[in-house]
Design a binder for this molecule. Sequence first.
Ligand SMILES: Nc1nc2c(ncn2[C@@H]2O[C@H](COP(=O)(O)OP(=O)(O)OP(=O)(O)O)[C@@H](O)[C@H]2O)c(=O)[nH]1
Ligand SMILES: [Mg+2]
Length: 561
Amino acid sequence: MSRKDRDEDPLDAVLRPPNDESPEQAAVREAREAEARRVSASIDADIRAERLARRKKRIVRLLLLGQSESGKSTTLRQFQRLYTPTAFRAERILWRAVIQLNIVRSIRTILDALDPATPASASIRRRRPSAGPASASMLALASPAPPHALPTADITEVDRYASYAYPATGYDSPGVDSDGDVDSDPGSGAEGPAPSHSGGTFRFAPPPVPVPAYSGAVEALRQRLLPLRHVEALLIARLVPAADLDSAPTRLDRGAGVTGGVPLPLPSHSQTDFAGGGEVFVRPGMRWKVLSPREKEKERARSRSRDRGKDEAQEALHTACGAMRALWGDAAVRAVLRKRKIRLEEGPGFFLNDLERVTAPNYLPTDDDVLRARLKTVGVSEYTFEMEVATGRETGTEWRIVDVGGSRSQRATWIPFFDDVDAIIFLAPISGFDQVLSEDRTVNRLEDSVLLWKAVCGNKLLASVDLVLFLNKCDILARKIAAGVKLARYVRSYADRENTFEAVSSYLRTKFMAIHRECSPNPRKFYAFCTSVTDSATTGGIIASVRDMVVRQHLKQSKLL
Ligand SMILES: Nc1nc2c(ncn2[C@@H]2O[C@H](COP(=O)(O)OP(=O)(O)OP(=O)(O)O)[C@@H](O)[C@H]2O)c(=O)[nH]1
Ligand SMILES: [Mg+2]
C-alpha cells in the first residue's frame, strides 16, 4: 500500500501511532499489540479445536431459513416426528392450547369482518418504480428495511411481478375471489386506475367494500361468540406465562427431544405480540413447551377428563362449537369474507373445518394437527437431538437444527449462524405469489422469497455450504391454480404460458435454480424439491434424502479437516 493510500485509509489513520510517540510509549504500545495478537491467535485456535471436536463427535448442524410463514418450524417438527417420535408424541398435548388459540383467532377474524365498523382495508399501494438491480449482498439480510420503506429492488432475472401490493389479510388475491371469480372492483385489478402520487408512494383510496346484509340469526351467533375474546386472553396468558415475560433473554426453548443449546443474543422485541390483532409468538427463553413433569401430567389430565383437570378454554370452545360451526357454515358470512378477500382456509392454523373433533372435551392433537398449528417464531433456537434408536437410524450423530424467525425484523439475527453450518434448507412458499408480507403489505411474498434466496445464494460466508431448496406450500399452490388464480397476473413474464400446477411449479423452480447458478460464489451441491411440509406422507421421503445428504457432506468436511 502506498503512503498516499495509507493516508487516505480512514482505518489506518485511526490505528496509526501518534507522531510524537516517545520510545517508552512505543514499547508499551507494541507489547499491547503483541498481547492482542496472542489473544486473537488463541481464540482462533480454540475455534478450530472446537470445530474439529465437533466433527469428531459427529455433530451436524442444519439451518432453516426463509420468510415468515414459509414452513421452517413445521419442517423442524417433521424432523422431530420422524427421528424423535417418542418425544414428539409426548409433546402433542402441549399443542392443544396453540390450536385453541388458532381457532379463536379465526373466529375473531370472522367477527371483525362482520363488523361494519371494520375498515375495508388500509390503502392499496402501487410500488415505486424500481431503482436498480437487486442487491444480493449481506445488506439484504443485515439491514432489514424499515417498515415504511418501499421495495426498490429490480428482480428482472426472476421477473417483474405485477407491482400491486395488497392490504388486509395477507391472503388476498386481489381481483380474483377464492372461488375464482374475477372481482369487478376496478380498484383491485392489476390494471387499476391511475395512481395519485403521495410522498413517494402511489396510493389508491381504499375501495368501498359493501358488506352484504346478513340475517338476524348471524347477528345472534356473533353475540354468542363475543365472549371468546376472554378465551383468547386466557390462552395467551397460558402460552406466555408471566414468568417468561421476565425471563433472561439468552435462555433457550428446550422442548421435549431437545437436549441442549447455546445462549443466543436476541433482539429487543416485546415478548407478546397480540395487542391489536398481531400474532402470538414463541421465542427462545419462553417456556411454553418446557413444562415440569407435574405440569405435563396436569395437561394430560386436562385432555383425559373434564372433571379431573379443568381446561377452561377447551370447555368454552366445546360449548361454543355449535355456534362456531353455524357461523363458519353460513352462506352470508362466507359472502362477507369473500368480499373482504379473507381466505382463512389458505392461511396458517386453520381448523374451522374440524371444529367438532378439535373442540371435543378429550381432544388430543394428532401428528397432523401439530404440523398444521401455527405459532410464530421470534429469535433463533437451536434444537439438539440424537435420532431415537427406534427410528432404525444410526445413532451417535448429534443433530443441531437451527430454526429462526423469518419476518423482516428477525433476519439480522441469522448471520451469526452462518458460520460452521453443514447445510441449509431454504423454504420458499411459492403459493404466496398473490400475497403480501404481513409485516409489510407493500411487498409481494414471492418477490421477498426471491430476494432472500439471492442473498443466501450470494452470501460469501455460505459459499461452501450445500443448499436445499424447498419450494413449499405446493398443496396451496395447486388449490389456487385449480380455483383459477392466474400466475401471469402477478408474474408478468409468465405471459400466456399454461396456468397449470405442473407448468407453474416447474417455471418457478427453474427461476430459483437459475438464481442459484448465477449468484453462488462457488460451485456446490444443490437440491430442489417441491414440498408441502404439512403432508407427512410426501415429506418423510424428502427429509430422509436431506438427512443422507447432510450426513455425507458432514463426513466429507470431516475428512478435509
Ligand atoms: N397447507 C400448508 N400449510 C403449510 C405448509 N408449510 C407450512 N404450513 C403452515 O403454515 C404455517 C406457518 O408455518 P411455520 O412453520 O410456522 O412458518 P415459519 O417459517 O416457522 O414462520 P416464522 O416462525 O414466522 O418464521 C403453519 O400453520 C403451517 O402448518 C405447507 O406446505 N402447506
Ligand atoms: Mg417458525
